[in-house]
Design a protein around this ligand. Structure first.
Ligand code: SF4
Length: 63
């Protein structure tokens, strides 16, 4: 089974960086000030990896 992406929302500070890098997979919920995974089954892996690397809280993971 393919890897799935998830965000630890307790750690997320809603900076929006993941959405900026890979809007196909991540969306900032501006009301909650948290980002959500809108396409957990994947997307461009290089952009997901970049979003993981740029996340200031390191709270995006593969499961
Ligand atoms: S980059 Fe990390 S801290 Fe910023 S919105 Fe995305 S998951 Fe949250």
């Amino acid at each position: 089974m393919a890897r799935r992406v998830y965000i630890d929302e307790d750690e997320c500070i809603g900076c929006g960086s993941c959405q900026d890098i890979c809007p196909e997979v991540f969306r900032l919920n501006e009301e909650a000030e948290k980002s959500e995974v809108i396409k957990p089954e994947g997307g461009p892996e290089d952009l997901i990896e970049e979003a993981m690397g740029e996340c200031p809280m390191s709270c995006i993971f593969w499961e």
